[in-house]
Design a protein around this ligand. Sequence first.
Ligand SMILES: Nc1ncnc2c1ncn2[C@@H]1O[C@H](COP(=O)(O)OP(=O)(O)OP(=O)(O)O)[C@@H](O)[C@H]1O
Ligand SMILES: [Mg+2]
Length: 345
Amino acid sequence: MIEIRNVFQRFAGPNGGQVEALHNVNLTIPQGEVFGIIGRSGAGKSTLVRTLNLLTRPTEGDIVVNGRTLTSLSSGDLREARREIGMIFQHFNLLSSRTVYENVALPLELAGMKRAQIDEAVLPLLELVGLTAQKDRYPSQISGGQKQRVGIARALASKPKVLLSDEATSALDPETTRAILDLLRKINRELNLTIVMITHQMEVIKQVCDRVAVLDAGRVVETGPVLDVFLQPHHEVTRALLGDVIAQELPPTLKARVVERLAKGNAHLLRLAFKGSGVDQPVLSETIRRFELDFNILHGQIDEIQGQAFGSLAVLAGGDAVKVAQAMAWLREQGVVVEELSHVE
Ligand SMILES: Nc1ncnc2c1ncn2[C@@H]1O[C@H](COP(=O)(O)OP(=O)(O)OP(=O)(O)O)[C@@H](O)[C@H]1O
Ligand SMILES: [Mg+2]
């Protein structure tokens, strides 16, 4: 388990000022979870991940990993504790003069392990990440996805309990990203390894994380199980990251018509979200029939999150205001999350 308690991180800024990269961050990451941290560029994600293993010491606050308060350890004990925390990077950080095998072996050599023991540790790791056949190649002779597999195997060599990943798939194409995320999920399950995934892509969160925290300007603005956050995002930054802001999805002419109808007050803009079996229930047509409304579907998408179907729809509901309110109440009874959006920007 990782606990981030009241963490502030301030750096010297321009003109003798200060940059507050993290402001009172509090998070608890249970053992064995894949925990996502998402935010826009400059939100403080890399600062947070560097603070987690004390590459950068927090200005205030504590980091507790598996019951040990890293922020109060001596430098010797900290070095020891860091062996339990592996890390992978966007640009892999491999040594170009060493083979795949030798890159993975490096942390073990540095720890003074003997050749035979190193062999015993490295070969199963190469097997785990699917690189047995490439073990004698150099980084320049393998693909980006394979390089990240080397990075993962190297991070696992010292048998960490926690793996920190800072944008580990950002340099990869979507298909390779998917394969790497599947591998991380497999490792998480097989080794009960806690993984902290830093990313700016909701796709990554959707595919692999159990829980997510949204960081904005150094603050945690939203946190919860991934499905809940997708179903009902509370913070504007989360909505923007979800790409679910209706205004972004609507063609300009349609948007103008929606704005006009909302201004006249004879229509209601609703966002409906469904999960599980709700997705394939004919709930919309039933609503239209029951309440004699006219529903214009403006935008819709269906996804899968952790094996659960999840859908969201933006609809413009025309008709009597009382009936719209009744329809909203009825939809909620059917397990649909309904929000009325007052405007499109
Ligand atoms: N060593 C430093 N000295 C001064 N300011 C810093 C330092 N490190 C980070 N910052 C500032 O802290 C803020 C957060 O930076 P950080 O790198 O954590 O963002 P990020 O969320 O990782 O962004 P990106 O998605 O672009 O990687 C930024 O305003 C950055 O300029
Ligand atoms: Mg960063």
